[in-house]
Design a protein around this ligand. Structure first.
Ligand code: PLP
Ligand code: COI
Length: 339
């Protein structure tokens, strides 16, 4: 890649210099390999190809004003990929191996960590896939763990601007006792059709309801949901949503700001009472929502007439970004500063 226009980056694949890999074979993880290949040779009967044995993660590194690289909460991602792996019968990667892989891949691609001024970041994508052949429905014996990185700008084209999201009642992404709380590829495959319909209609994302009763807010396609009212941060409790590390961080931040936190079911009718609504996630950061349309019911919930983000969303966005870029002290111990 020649000259990168850091301020024009979108959220997409870009070839960087190296990725790192480890193989699970005969019950052991191999030492980390560093490669510049973008390809993975695999067996035609690999379980990731047939039965979706695939889990992944997403985390970010940021360059500060001091030029140092800061990684946000990588231990949380290490723990979550272990939980996802357990969820679909894959071996769990040791936390220290995960962290070493992240640090190594960033070190080998330092030139792709965007400069502080660009407000862009380095997105880190770890993935774990079943590699060995099975035709009966069984877990693989061999696995591949890969981590690659890409420099990214905002996930939603609008950046920190409000967007609208749509509820499409005929689509679910995950079931209550299914895989929604794991970061498995199949959940994202299940969200593609509704996502395409939503984008065609001008929505930035789909807001899913709980699959069983269609009564409560679950989450958005690529991010958790939150609402603000009466000095309270409210976010869904559900067995079919991904436990977002950004959301967990925001809950800590709002508590430290003296606001209340409620993690509970949010009935759809309650939307009308919210002062602010938003999506949160590693890629999405905080994406405020100005309107939610319950498309099949022909009903709309409006949070911002002038489409400006609300004061709490602005405050949380600024605070989170300041910690991530090292502008503010890391009082919660979320950051790993690279040497
Ligand atoms: N929900 C879903 C379905 C996601 O894909 C993501 C992204 O990782 C999130 C929520 C946000 O999670 P996190 O804040 O850990 O990135
Ligand atoms: C993330 O925020 O890291 C995600 O994984 C969301 C999406 C890009 C899959």
């Amino acid at each position: 890649m020649g000259n990168i226009n850091w301020t024009e980056l979108s959220f997409g694949y870009v070839k960087t210099d190296y990725n790192v890999r480890s193989y699970y074979y005969e019950g052991k993880w191999s030492d980390l390999e560093i490669t510049d290949s973008e390809q993975v040779p695999m067996h035609i009967a690999a379980t990731c190809l047939h039965y979706g044995q695939e889990v992944f993660e997403g985390l970010k590194a940021f360059r500060g004003k001091d030029k140092k690289i800061r990684i946000f909460r990588m231990r949380e991602n290490a723990l979550r990929i272990r939980s996802s792996a357990r969820g679909i019968s894959m071996p769990e990667l040791p936390v220290d191996m995960f962290e070493k892989a992240i640090i190594t891949v960033i070190n080998k691609n330092r030139r792709f960590v965007p400069p502080y001024e660009s407000k862009a970041s380095l997105y880190i994508r770890p993935l774990l896939v079943g590699m060995s052949a099975q035709v009966g429905i069984k877990a693989a014996n061999e696995y591949l763990f890969v981590v690659f990185v890409i420099p990214v700008g905002p996930y939603f084209r609008e950046g920190f601007k409000t967007t609208s999201v749509g509820i499409f009642r005929e689509y679910d992404r995950a079931a209550p006792y299914g895989t929604g709380s794991y970061k498995v590829g199949g959940n994202y495959a299940a969200s593609l059709v509704a996502g395409e319909i939503a984008h065609k209609k001008g929505y930035s994302a789909v807001l899913y309801l709980d699959a069983k009763e269609k009564k409560y807010i679950d989450e958005c396609g690529p991010a958790n949901f939150f609402g603000i009212k009466n000095n309270t941060y409210i976010t869904p409790k559900s067995s079919s949503i991904l436990p977002s590390i950004t959301n967990k961080s925001l809950m800590q931040l709002v508590s430290s700001m003296g606001m209340k936190v409620e993690r509970r079911q949010i009935p759809i009718e309650e939307l009308i009472t919210l002062d602010e609504a938003g999506m949160c996630g590693t890629a999405a950061v905080i994406s405020p929502i100005y309107r939610i349309d319950d498309v099949d019911k022909n009903k709309s919930y409006i949070f911002s007439e002038n489409r400006e983000p609300g004061p709490v969303s602005i405050k949380l966005y600024n605070k989170l970004r300041a910690i991530q870029y090292g502008d503010e002290e890391d009082e919660f111990g979320w950051i790993t500063v690279m040497e």
